[in-house]
Design a protein around this ligand. Structure first.
Ligand code: SAH
Length: 693
């Protein structure tokens, strides 16, 4: 079956209809899946195996047959562990058809076909009985249905159902229990992902302060989880206000309730400060004794043993509804509310002289509703974007360059999504400022923001796409300064923001002959890197705890090669340390002072590998040249040091192109080189690349 998907091309902005076979989604799902990452997660695998062995032994000690239910079997790994540990029979449930098919092959290849039955169903559809999917209820329940927030992948309703219909009372569960931990922190860096801080501008007539509308100030934000590699957050970027506290736990061996509820703990700050953020992570005990524990605790909590790197489970950042000044030693209540799939937090101060009995009173105050963005800005700006807008250094670069190009008679058009540039341009003295927000005017209307700053009649919002711009929108004037950050919410890969160039081309006839375009140009940069860990997510696994999972490797490889040219994928590299093996290299430039050319832009060349290491892939990013001597980078911020460590822009995702094979470069009198061919198709806005190692 073929389907037609309509979408606006993120780079060119034009509407296109893509014909996608049903294979497309499936290949995307497999290629971008976390299965490889899970199979590389040694700590997880070893502990599951230990927990499963212990559970099978406990059942056998009771002289019972060990009947296992493995919900979400994926590759079949946990069922194969159970069968090896002596389980009599395993029912392995997998809802995703391609995975269920793969599990059948893997189980067969490893010789367990007679012990493991793969059932391609959602667990809630599984039947029990003589004619059912399962002959009888299981007495061992094995699952791995957790995400970084623990419950976001639906573990609770799945367990609730399984206990009601699929397992025996008193069953053994692996994991046995999960516990969620929290720590209250103050962090300007993380708080800047939710709030817009005031922006200070030295204008011609004194200092101006740009403020967010009060609705935005008081908005609870969006409910989606903020999961990050917290281990990459330096301790200088936050200050812990409380000890680590156990928030709640779930015993998986007993009936589980998924209905909304809340948990409350009392806290005493160890330090005075501004409570803004709740950091959270969980651990799972694989057995009832708690001896086999797999934890996501970050480095400052678990400093001794080597941390297991993993991307499928990270840590959560929760934003309190508002900042709360707290005093060391004062009594606080932290509430975790949850529904079936997500968690959110609230902080309350205990009232003067309060005792246990008064606690009941607080229950009425417990906000059961999950955070919903009311100001709509959180729908337009994601968390990194908030961080970017709050980046004073970056703002300074824009102010400096605007100051350079604006004159008192400037007629300025700004094209970018949810941008502060029109306000800056106004304060810095442009005579007339127009603002065009090409995407998502329906999501967030900039009027509110301008109004909060008393600029609603100073900046004109043009509600038309660039190609529909008319002289009347501009009061019949020509644009003398065209500006963009550029930033568009539709961008996924760094070069998608080249949409600015297409918009610039579409408004060409409205530009004065001596127009200044800011940025005047952009360039695409590239560097070859060795990842500390990120390579795992795309690297074949071979065997996992002694089980042959090559079928899975082949399947992922197939999906990665599904499109003839492999694609680059976006990753925020501040979370994924890597070492540069080559110098950064400018590979393409895009001249915004001219229109987008008809022909493709292509380049070929080679990069020398200057450091010893494994070439896992190429990283690509954009730099914008605001004026001749002021540039902003969305990728590399600091040139690599001697060891090759790099500092990346913390607000942007970079493009990563994983090489299909890795070469190991040695020291280097005659350095090896990677040759590349990169082509920017100006018609489709796509960048295709080929590398040869
Ligand atoms: N057990 C494997 C894979 C875990 S990934 C391992 O530990 O390596 C979780 C898998 O569970 C995914 O493949 C997902 O498709 C599947 N899944 C999630 N919820 C499910 C449910 N309720 N019923 C069946 N499969 C489910």
């Amino acid at each position: 079956m073929k389907t037609f998907c309509g979408r606006a091309n993120p780079t060119t902005g034009s509407m296109e209809w893509l014909e996608e076979g049903e294979d497309y989604d499936y290949h995307q799902e497999i290629a971008r899946s976390r299965y490889a990452d899970m199979l590389h997660d040694k700590d997880r695998n070893v502990k599951y195996y230990q927990g499963i062995r212990a559970a099978v032994s406990r059942v056998k000690e009771r002289s019972e047959k060990a009947i296992v239910l493995d919900i979400g079997t994926g590759t079949g790994l946990l069922s194969m562990m159970a069968a090896s540990a002596g389980a009599d029979f395993c029912y392995a449930i997998e809802v995703f058809k391609p995975m269920a098919d793969a599990a059948v092959k893997i189980v067969e290849k490893n010789g367990f076909s007679d012990k493991i039955k793969i059932i391609n169903k959602h667990s809630t559809e599984v039947t029990v009985g003589p004619d059912g999917d399962m002959q009888c209820r299981a007495n061992i329940l094995v699952t791995e249905l957790f995400d970084t927030e623990l419950i976001g992948e639906g573990a609770l309703p799945t367990y609730e159902h399984a206990h009601k219909y699929l397992v025996q009372e008193g069953c053994e569960a692996v994991p046995h229990r999960a516990t969620v931990y929290v720590q209250l922190v103050e962090s300007r860096r993380m708080w800047s992902w939710k709030k817009l801080f005031p922006v200070h501008v030295e204008a011609e007539d004194g200092e101006k302060i740009l403020v967010p509308p009060s609705e935005m100030e008081n908005c609870p934000g969006v409910p989606s989880v903020c999961d990050i590699q917290l281990n990459q957050m330096p301790s200088s970027d936050f200050s812990t206000l409380s000890d680590v506290v156990t928030m709640f736990s779930v015993d998986f061996s007993k009936p589980v309730q998924s209905a909304s509820t809340y948990y409350r703990v009392q806290l005493e700050p160890v330090k005075s400060g501004k409570a803004q953020i709740v950091l959270s992570w969980w651990d799972i005990d694989m057995d009832p004794s708690g001896m086999i524990n797999c934890t996501m605790a970050p480095y400052w909590v678990k400093p001794t043993s080597a941390l297991q790197w993993r991307d499928h489970w990270m840590q959560c950042v929760y934003f309190l509804p508002r900042e709360e000044p707290v005093l060391q030693g004062e009594k606080l209540y932290l509430t975790a509310c949850r529904d079936e799939y997500s968690v959110w937090y609230n902080l309350q101060k205990a009232r003067e002289g309060e005792n246990k009995a008064d606690e009941e009173e607080h229950k009425a105050d417990v906000p059961v509703e999950s955070p919903v963005c009311r100001c709509r800005a959180h729908l337009l700006w994601n968390r990194p974007r908030f961080g970017e807008l709050n980046d004073q250094n970056r703002t300074r670069q824009y102010i400096k360059s605007l100051r350079r190009v604006l004159k008192t008679d400037s007629v300025c058009l700004c094209i970018s999504d949810g941008s502060l540039l029109p306000v800056l341009a106004h304060y810095l003295g442009a005579k007339q400022v127009q603002y065009m927000q090409p995407s998502r005017m329906d999501l967030y209307h900039p009027h509110e923001f301008f109004k909060a700053n008393h600029l609603e009649d100073k900046i004109k919002i043009i509600e038309a796409r660039p190609e529909l711009l008319k002289p009347s929108h501009l009061e019949d004037k020509k644009i003398s300064v065209l500006v963009g950050e550029p930033f568009f919410t539709t961008s996924l890969l760094p070069w998608h923001n080249l949409y600015f160039w297409y918009a610039r081309t579409a408004v060409s006839t409205h530009l004065a002959s001596n127009v200044t375009v800011l940025p005047q140009s952009a360039s695409l940069h590239m560097m070859i890197v060795e990842f500390q860990d990120l390579w795992r997510i795309r690297s074949p696994c071979g065997t996992c705890e002694g089980f042959d999972v090559q079928t899975m490797d082949d399947m992922i490889k197939d999906s990665l090669n599904f499109r003839e040219s492999k694609e680059a994928e976006p990753h925020p590299l501040w979370e994924y340390p890597c070492k540069s093996l080559s110098d950064p290299q400018e590979v393409l430039t895009f001249d915004f002072t001219k229109t987008v050319p008809q022909h493709c832009l292509s380049t070929e060349g080679s990069v020398k590998l200057l450091r010893k290491g494994k070439s896992h892939g190429a990283v690509l990013w954009m730099e914008y040249h605001l004026t001749a001597d002021i540039s902003v980078s969305t990728g590399l911020m600091q040139l690599a040091n001697e060891q090759g460590n790099c500092e990346w822009n913390p607000h942007c995702k970079q493009a990563v192109y994983f090489f299909s094979s890795v070469i190991e470069s040695q020291i280097l009198s005659d350095p090896s080189a990677v040759t590349y061919a990169i082509n920017f198709d100006t018609k489709t806005g796509e960048i295709a690349m080929h590398f040869k190692l």
